[in-house]
Design a protein around this ligand. Structure first.
Ligand code: GLP
Length: 242
């Protein structure tokens, strides 16, 4: 399903509607959300915070798993995804802090930590709704081009493009961590529903490659062509090359 909205606010409302539906109709035993960082989902999180404050939307029965985390920076670092998701979303709604779960980027054994994290998602019953952004090179999570299409949560090395894309959030490109722990493409594909949000011209070629391009590891997001329940919500700029 592809939805083209006029602007970023429209995209945020569409994505928030899907979260709200899962939250309101989730089972008695709770709902598991898959959350993403990056700038793309921030407007959606702001809309969900508004609905929590003004319309009583409650996350009291939700837990959340993050997609990814940098290796080697502490959770207190302002660019750690552990901190980012709290500052931009979860600390402003009624989700229990200990139920907002992310890979430990400072684990002594990052490879073992990645495998443990992957099992934790399955043990929790899997993700009901996963929100995704997309990298300019077609990555989802931190699954860079050539990622194995059935990969599980693991340690990855960032490409130079992603390091330079993300350098704006750090003092200098040298400060961007080189390694990350990310859910694999196979892990992400196990979410029952997926919604991918993208806005702006800089995402237009990645969106076109994901939707219309040939399936393959050079554009990891093309794996979503194989998922039975994906909604892509884009603004007119991000839809510009469709
Ligand atoms: C980041 C994240 C992804 C995100 C992507 C795009 O590096 N690991 O989860 O979707 O790159 O980021 P943005 O939304 O800021 O453009």
């Amino acid at each position: 399903e592809i939805i083209i909205e006029r602007d970023a606010e429209g995209v945020a409302r569409q994505v928030a509607d899907r979260f709200e539906s899962v939250i309101r109709h989730g089972g008695r035993f709770g709902v598991t959300l898959g959350l993403a960082t990056g700038s793309s989902p921030v407007a959606t999180y702001q809309e969900l915070i508004r609905r929590h404050r003004e319309e009583g939307l409650s996350f009291g029965h939700a837990r959340a798993f993050l997609l990814d985390e940098y290796v080697g920076i502490p959770r207190s670092h302002e660019q750690s995804y552990h901190r980012f998701i709290r500052e931009h979303f979860t600390s402003h709604v009624d989700i229990a802090d200990e139920l907002v779960i992310s890979p430990d980027g400072q684990a002594a054994d990052p490879v073992g930590e990645a495998a443990r994290y992957d099992r934790g998602i399955a043990d929790a019953g899997g993700v009901d709704l996963q929100i995704l952004g997309i990298g300019g090179n077609g990555h989802i999570g931190f699954n860079e081009p050539t990622s194995a299409l059935t990969s599980r949560t693991r340690v990855k090395t960032l490409t130079e493009q992603t390091i330079s894309d993300n350098a704006r959030f750090f003092d200098s490109p040298e400060d961007v961590p080189v390694h990350v722990i990310t859910q694999g493409l196979g892990t992400i594909m196990e979410a029952r529903r997926i919604v991918l949000a993208a806005t702006g011209e800089s995402k237009a070629s990645a969106i076109a490659a994901m939707i219309e391009g040939p399936f393959g590891a050079f554009c990891p997001a093309t794996i979503l062509q194989m998922h039975p329940a994906v909604t892509v919500v884009v603004d007119e700029d991000a839809a510009g090359e469709l």
